[in-house]
Write a protein that binds this ligand. Structure first.
Ligand SMILES: *[C@@H]1O[C@H](CO)[C@@H](O)[C@H](O)[C@H]1NC(C)=O
Ligand SMILES: *[C@@H]1O[C@H](CO)[C@@H](O)[C@H](O)[C@H]1NC(C)=O
Length: 269
């Protein structure tokens, strides 16, 4: 009996390091697998402007950075599962008023970043999602990646890969006479899809946005590295740049929607 009880505490210690060996066990003893499951993932809903939840190799950011630009609105996000390098999550938002982006609720990869582009061998990713909307929405669903001159340094280039454009538009330095952004490259084939590339500045750094030439990509599977290779070969991005941030999420401006990601993964090799 004594040794069983001792074993129980030894198993518990990594999870509850503060638990004293002398304390009585409260209530029924949970199984080890139950303890691990409770420990690993916070699947509760978060609605705070800057809330974050870390799970496995990822952090979910609420990042409601532009909320003050709305006349009303709110957004809540939650991780629904994490298994290895695959995460599922969802975000529900309603934003009214204001012309600007209200938020970028996203999943950030924490492992394998801060490598120079020349040192990255591949960036396999999958992203399966669906979106329920009510009425008309203005939003994108996109990867958002940043490079810097140094590991962990300030942003120099922002690389966006849009999987969906719901009545929104990329940052562009040049516009057509009809007011639509003018692509700097058209019909670029990468990762099994065809893209138009737009370039401009967000005021702080260069922005390169790849948008699908048509439709939305609700089941993406491919290597993200060729997007960077395209920019180093054609658009003056240096291979000595460090990939400092790799995020994927949605930038809503207005409307109401639930974006459900059933599976997202990104690995940097
Ligand atoms: C979308 O809305 C339908 C009908 O209300 C609902 O059954 C479904 O679960 C919703 N899906 C998502 C991804 O929110
Ligand atoms: C891109 O491809 C489409 C479809 O094949 C074609 O109509 C269009 O002219 C192409 N655009 C450019 C700039 O080559």
């Amino acid at each position: 009996m004594f040794s069983e009880r001792l074993l129980f505490y030894v198993l518990l210690l990594p999870f509850f390091g503060l638990l004293s060996l002398g304390a009585p066990a409260p209530g029924p003893e949970p199984s080890l697998s139950e303890l691990i499951a409770r420990q690993t993932v916070d699947t509760s809903q978060h609605c705070g402007q800057w809330d974050i939840v870390t799970a496995g190799p990822y952090t979910m950011f609420l990042d409601l950075w532009g909320a003050a630009g709305a006349t009303s609105g709110s957004q809540c996000s939650q991780i629904t599962s994490v298994s290895g390098s695959t995460i599922a999550w969802k975000t529900t938002w309603t934003w009214v008023g204001g012309n600007g982006v209200k938020s970028f609720s996203n999943i950030q990869l924490n492992e394998g970043i801060n490598k120079q582009l020349s040192q990255i061998k591949s960036m396999p990713s999958t992203w399966k999602w669906s979106q329920n909307t009510s009425g008309s929405v203005v939003a994108d669903v996109a990867y958002d990646l940043f490079t810097s001159n140094t590991a962990g340094g300030s942003n120099v280039n922002e690389i966006m890969i849009w999987l969906a454009n719901f009545n929104a538009g990329p940052i562009s330095a040049v516009y057509n006479s009809d007011g639509t952004p003018q692509a700097v490259a058209s019909n670029v084939s990468i990762a099994g899809h065809t893209w138009n590339l737009y370039t401009g500045s967000n005021g702080a750094n260069n922005v390169f946005s790849f948008l699908p030439t048509s439709g939305t990509i609700m089941s993406f599977g491919g290597d993200l590295l060729p997007f960077f290779t395209y920019l180093t070969q054609h658009n003056g991005v240096s291979t000595s740049q460090y990939l400092v941030t790799a995020q994927a999420g949605t930038e809503p401006t207005s409307g109401s929607a639930t974006l459900t990601t059933s599976a997202y993964s990104l690995v940097i090799n």
